[in-house]
Write a protein that binds this ligand. Structure first.
Ligand code: EPU
Length: 424
C-alpha cells in the first residue's frame, strides 16, 4: 500500500495544468452504451474510477480502452446487462449504467450501492424516476432489476437535486417515446456537458443547467467525439494549495465560470485571484481571514471542496463555521486534521474551526477522496513531516496530484507503506 510523504513549509510557485473532470468523464463513458459505433473522448483523466468504468463497460461487452488521455469505446451491442457487486462496491458511480441500459435495451441488473464513507447515499430518486418512465423496478438479492419494453416520457420531480440521478434519468429518457420533464434537476457543469454531448449525438434536450430539463425522445443516437471539461474540484484543490502555502500559482486549462463559488470564498479569505488569458492566478500572502462556508448544490459551494477549504481555515486568523448540508457524514478529515494541531469542534452538521498559527506534521489517513486531499493540503504547510496513508482514495479522483504539487515546488513523494505488524 502506498503512502504520501510531505515535508511542509514550501510556498508553491509556478504553473499547473488542470486535468479533465472525473465526474464528467464517468457519465460520458456510460453514455457510450446508448449508441453503437466508435466513440472517442479526449482529456479523460487517468484515474482509478475511470479505469473501473472502462472495466464495467467491458463486462457489458463493449470494448473500452484508455491511453494518453483518450478513451476509445467500441460499441457493437452489449452482451450483458449486469453491473456486478465487485465493481459497484468499489465505485458508486457504476449506478450510472442503469439509465442507459434500460433506455437502450429495456433491461438492467445493477448491484445496489451500499452506504459509503461520506453517508448513506440512497438511489431512491433514480429508481422513482425510472418507474415514472414506465420501468418495472425491483430489488432482488442486493441487485436493482429494471426492465421495460419501451420507456415513455413523463414528468419527474426530484425530492432534491441529485447529480447522478439527473444524469441517469437524462440518459434513460433520450431514447424514450415522448417528452420527459425533469424538475428540481441538478445544475452542475457535468450535467450540462452530458446534455451537450447527448445533443451532439442526436438527442433533443433543453434546459440543462437550469432546474428544469426537457428531453424529447429520439429514435437513435450517433457515437460521440468529445473533450471532457476541466475538473473544477481539482482546480479548487490546487487553488487552496496555493492559498494555504502563501504561494503564487497559475492554473491553466480551467473554466473560471465553473469556479465562481470557491473563488468568491478565497477572495473573502484575502487571497488574490485574477483571471488572464493564460489562466487563473492565485496568490496569497499571510494567514487567511476566517470565512464561513455552507455546502450547497451548484452553483453554491460544492461539498467536494468542503474538506479542502476546512484545511485552509485551520490556519485562519479567527474562527470559521463550515456547514455540510449535502452528505451527513462528510467530516472524517476533522479527527485527522486535529492530529495535526487543528482546533475544530463538531456540532451536528457544523464544524467550528478556530484558526491556529501552525499545524504540525503527523501520520494521518482518510476514508474518502476529498478528505485525503485536505490532509495533503494541510501537510504542505505543516511543520515537519506528514505521512498520508491510504493513498488509493486520492488516486480514485486526482490525476497524479503529488506530481503536480511537486512541479510547484512541494517536497512531496510516494513510498510504499510497510505491511501492518501482526501481534504474535
Ligand atoms: N440523494 C438521495 N436519493 C437519491 C439520490 C441522492 O437521497 O436517489 C441525496 C444524497 O444522499 C445526497 C444528495 O441527495 O444527500 C445529493 O446527492 P447526489 O445524488 O447529487 O450525489 P451523487 O450524484 O451520488 C455526485 C458526485 C459526488 C458529489 C455529489 C454532490 C459523481 C460521480 N459524484 O454524487 O462526487 O459529492 O454529486 O455534488 O458525480 C467526489 O467526486 O468525491 C464525489 C463524491
Amino acid at each position: 500500500m502506498q503512502k504520501i510523504l510531505i515535508d511542509g513549509g514550501v510556498s508553491l510557485r509556478g504553473r499547473v495544468k488542470v486535468s479533465g473532470a472525473k465526474n464528467s468523464a464517468l457519465p460520458l463513458l456510460m453514455a457510450t452504451i446508448l449508441a453503437e459505433g466508435e466513440h472517442r473522448l479526449h482529456n479523460v483523466p487517468d484515474l482509478v474510477d475511470v479505469r473501473t468504468t472502462c472495466k464495467l463497460l467491458r463486462e457489458l461487452g463493449l470494448d473500452a480502452q484508455m491511453g494518453r488521455g483518450v478513451a476509445r469505446v467500441s460499441n457493437r451491442g452489449p452482451k450483458s446487462h449486469e453491473a456486478s457487486y465487485d465493481l459497484v462496491k468499489t465505485m458508486r458511480a457504476s449506478v450510472l449504467c442503469l439509465g442507459p441500459l434500460v433506455g437502450r435495451f429495456g433491461r438492467a441488473r445493477v448491484s445496489l450501492p451500499g452506504g459509503c464513507a461520506i453517508g448513506s447515499r440512497p438511489i431512491d430518486q433514480h429508481l422513482k424516476g425510472l418507474e415514472r418512465l414506465g420501468a418495472r423496478v425491483s430489488i432482488d438479492h442486493g441487485y436493482v432489476e429494471a426492465s421495460a419494453r419501451k420507456l415513455s416520457g413523463a414528468p419527474i420531480v426530484f425530492d432534491m437535486p441529485t447529480v447522478t440521478g439527473t444524469e441517469n434519468l437524462m440518459m434513460a429518457a433520450v431514447l424514450a417515446k415522448g417528452v420527459t420533464e425533469i424538475k428540481n434537476a441538478a445544475m452542475e457543469p457535468e450535467v450540462v456537458q452530458l446534455a451537450e454531448v447527448l445533443c451532439a449525438m442526436g438527442a433533443r434536450i433543453r434546459g440543462a443547467g437550469t432546474e428544469s430539463i426537457e428531453v424529447e425522445g429520439v429514435g437513435g443516437l450517433e457515437p460521440m467525439h468529445t473533450t471532457v471539461i476541466p475538473d473544477r474540484i481539482e482546480a479548487g484543490t490546487l487553488m487552496v494549495a496555493a492559498a494555504i502555502t502563501q504561494g503564487d500559482v497559475l492554473l491553466s486549462g480551467v473554466r473560471s465560470s465553473h469556479l465562481a463559488a470557491p473563488v468568491e470564498k478565497l477572495i473573502e479569505a484575502g487571497v488574490a485571484v485574477a483571471e488572464s488569458k493564460d489562466g487563473l492566478r492565485v496568490k496569497a500572502t499571510g494567514r487567511p481571514r476566517p470565512v464561513d462556508v455552507t455546502t450547497q448544490p451548484y452553483p453554491g459551494f460544492a461539498t467536494d471542496m468542503q474538506a479542502q477549504f476546512m484545511a485552509l481555515m485551520t490556519l485562519a486568523r479567527g474562527t470559521a463555521v463550515i456547514s455540510e448540508h449535502i452528505f451527513e457524514n462528510r467530516f472524517m478529515h476533522v479527527q485527522e486534521l486535529k492530529r495535526m494541531g487543528a482546533r475544530i469542534r463538531l456540532e451536528g452538521s457544523q464544524a467550528i474551526v478556530r484558526g491556529v498559527r501552525q499545524l504540525t506534521g503527523a501520520q494521518v489517513m482518510a476514508t474518502d477522496l476529498r478528505a485525503s486531499a485536505s490532509l495533503v493540503l494541510a501537510g504542505l504547510v505543516a511543520k515537519g513531516r506528514t505521512e498520508v496513508n491510504r493513498v488509493y482514495h486520492l488516486d480514485r479522483g486526482y490525476q497524479r496530484l503529488d506530481r503536480k504539487l511537486r512541479g510547484l515546488g512541494a517536497k512531496i513523494r510516494r513510498s510504499r507503506a510497510r505491511p501492518p505488524v501482526t501481534p504474535k
